[in-house]
Design a protein around this ligand. Sequence first.
Ligand code: F6R
Ligand code: MG
Ligand code: MG
Length: 366
Amino acid sequence: MGKVTLSVIKADIGGYVGHSSMHPALMDEAKEELAKAKERGIIKDYRVLHCGDDLELIMTHTKGEDNPDIHKTAWDIFTACTEIAKKMGLYGAGQDILSEAFSGNVKGMGPGVAEMEIEVRPSEPVIVFMADKTSPGAWNFILYKIFADPFNTAGLVIDPKLHSGFKFEVLDVYEHKKIVFDTPEEIYDMLVLIGAMEHYIIKRVFRKDGEIAAVSSTQKLSMMAGRYVGKDDPVLIVRTQSGFPAVGEVLEPFANPHLVAGWMRGSHHGPLMPVGFGQANPARFDGPPRVIAAGLQITQDGMLVGPRDMFDDPSFDEARRMANVIANYMRAHGPFEPHRLGLAEMEYTTLPQVMEKLKDRFVPEE
Ligand code: F6R
Ligand code: MG
Ligand code: MG
């Protein structure tokens, strides 16, 4: 068997109720259309999930990354679901569909994409992470912990197959440039950048032998549309076991609900709460930000076995409890930073109008 591509393409095409969740009718439509695509041989297999108001299409195929047929399949589903969402009066119908015309690739058009083409191992366990009410920088902390922190990943120290470390491809999303860091050799240099999660985003992680280990979605809706039209709730694919971090090492960073940007109006810091599929419906203050983890085995012929709902486990109860404690603490700050994002990062702002109103009242300081 040759190579198989795992494509995860997602979009917010209408929320139920408000921005909190997804109406089952949209998921049914997506499943129906992907079943047809499978029958026609466009894709090998598929799964449909949602995280909050984001529709998540998980597809396998043999057409490679950035394939127009695959992207068109996803685009057509998002537009069909948008029509249903409009008819049903769902909230923000077509939120992430920025353009009427499809140009061959969904990148830059609103949806988020993470894809990896792999030579499938005899057993290929992967985890697809999907988050809502946050942005792609949320994965920086997680990917660093998984692939570069020996306090998280025991294998970096005691497994000869992991001991030489990993390579991180980091994007500068403002300058549209990328750089590759070797870890552990260059972790201090890399941390200077990736600690600034809204500016430098980890796109891919590779083993030192060049084998792909992880890929994230890095679309920034704000910049694509020239203005913010919704937080670009991100996805992440991670390969696990036998030369990659173990499933448990990949899940471990989520035991500490770190602070991410997003939440209410895409303009607040809050804890990233790991939840089971049934609890991916952010409600309190439109959050707190959520992440689900779909564990999948990919067979040699590109079929998907799963998903297993990896955060549906009492060992993450404490992380959820901690996230609620942190949510209380952060909420108590109200409109004050660092709960509210800095002026430049906010998705919503009244600053220009307020400054216009006040401009004549500013006088030189004595
Ligand atoms: C955050 C998000 C929501 C909305 C909020 C206001 O990413 O989607 O928190 O920003 O519910 O929504 P509108 O402006 O649509 O009323
Ligand atoms: Mg929405
Ligand atoms: Mg969303």
